[in-house]
Design a protein around this ligand. Structure first.
Ligand SMILES: C=C1C[C@]23C[C@@]1(O)CC[C@H]2[C@@]12CCC[C@@](C)(C(=O)O1)[C@H]2[C@@H]3C(=O)O
Ligand SMILES: O=C(O)CCC(=O)C(=O)O
Length: 338
């Protein structure tokens, strides 16, 4: 991935973040839990990691390296194209090719990306009608194959969550993101090296992707070997996540928080730019059908107990999310007040 080059955005357009504390930030962070979904005790391990961190990595996932490498290579060749060619697939609104701007509400980052709708109906075409999609059929095929595989990982994770929480049927959650009308989205991010970082004090970093939670149920993230991802622990401290090319990182999203009545909480994460090496990440956001009701699963509510959040449909929540800024707490307006 050394060949990627984009015209560097002006640094003054991108916000700075205070770097994670030196040495990993937190002595009480034991590291990212690793779960083998087919191993014994997987369901309990998934729930434990989601409760403690809202984050873990899946190892021995069974997705062939060939599928991952193919998308990474096609993404590299897309991002290496001349700017004018990439711009044909943009600007992202919200789908398509984006550079420096994230969403519609003024957020920026040191990156370029492709954001693609990848629900089942669109598996071949990769985009909803009318949204700009790169014309390369090689890229489209690589996306379809990759999404087919990571959608399976998301479903297995959600089955483990249901089992670990004692929810029946086993597909109560996974079924929401596997149906024909489910609203999956894939973003392929390219963070070019940021040499200007060397001029900043050690305590500062440049924002690659600003802090946020994901609105969906879970996100499945794979990155190359370049560091940059950071995670907010429950006490608010930020810790770096060591990259692992062979694993998928799983991130709990807002909708899963509501469905589990706050037992599993969505987790804030962000990416800081790297001064020397490009980072490439592929992140699949497992969203349900627009009509899907997002409300606590009955098993997780006591008799007569009300949910922590007012219920909503995924379609309504998504609409509200797209009106928000990246770092907003999007669940807060839905919290029931005492
Ligand atoms: C600034 C934004 C980008 C985002 C839409 C939003 O207005 C707020 C939520 C953001 C997010 C985070 C997770 C993935 C994503 C695709 C989504 O559903 O919500 C992004 C949106 C985006 O990149 O357009
Ligand atoms: O690049 C990464 O590792 C994370 C990206 C991310 O959080 C996102 O695309 O929403």
């Amino acid at each position: 991935m050394g060949v990627l080059a984009i015209k560097p955005p002006a640094l003054d357009q991108i916000s700075l973040v205070r770097s994670a504390e030196p040495g990993g930030g937190s002595s009480s962070f034991p590291g990212v839990p690793a779960v083998d979904l087919s191993g014994p005790g997987a369901a309990a391990a998934v729930v434990d990691a989601c409760e403690r961190f809202g984050f873990f990595k899946v190892v021995n996932h069974g997705v062939p390296a060939r599928v991952v490498d193919r998308l990474e290579a096609e993404a590299a060749s897309f991002f290496a194209r001349p700017q004018a060619e990439k711009d044909v697939s943009g600007p992202a609104d919200p789908l398509g090719y984006g550079s420096k701007r994230i969403g519609r509400n003024g957020d920026t980052g040191w990156l370029e990306y492709l954001l693609l709708a990848v629900d089942h109906h669109q598996a071949a075409a990769v985009s909803k009608a009318g949204s700009p999609v790169p014309s390369s059929s090689l890229l489209r095929e690589a996306v379809s194959e990759y999404v087919g595989a990571v959608r399976g990982v998301a479903a297995r994770v959600l089955e483990a969550v249901a089992e670990g929480l004692g929810v029946a049927p086993r597909d109560a959650l996974s079924g929401m993101v596997s149906g024909a009308a489910s609203d999956g989205v894939l973003r392929v991010n390219h963070y070019p090296p940021c040499p200007l970082l060397q001029r900043l004090p050690d305590s500062c970093s440049v924002t690659g992707f600003g802090e946020h939670t994901d609105p969906q149920l879970v996100s499945v993230l794979r990155s190359n070997g370049t560091p940059g991802l950071q995670l907010a622990l429950r006490d608010g401290r930020w810790v770096p996540v060591p990259p692992d090319r062979d694993a998928f990182f799983v991130i709990v999203g807002d909708s899963l928080e509501v469905l589990t009545n706050g037992r599993l909480k969505s987790v804030r994460h962000r990416v800081v730019a790297n001064s020397l090496k490009p980072r490439v990440s592929m992140i699949y956001f497992a969203g349900p059908a627009p009509e899907q009701r997002i409300a606590p699963l009955p098993e997780l509510l006591g008799h007569g107990e009300q949910g922590v959040y007012r219920e909503f449909t995924w379609g309504d929540y998504k609409k509200a999310a797209y009106r928000s800024r990246l770092g907003d707490n999007r669940l807060d307006p839905f919290r029931r007040r005492a």
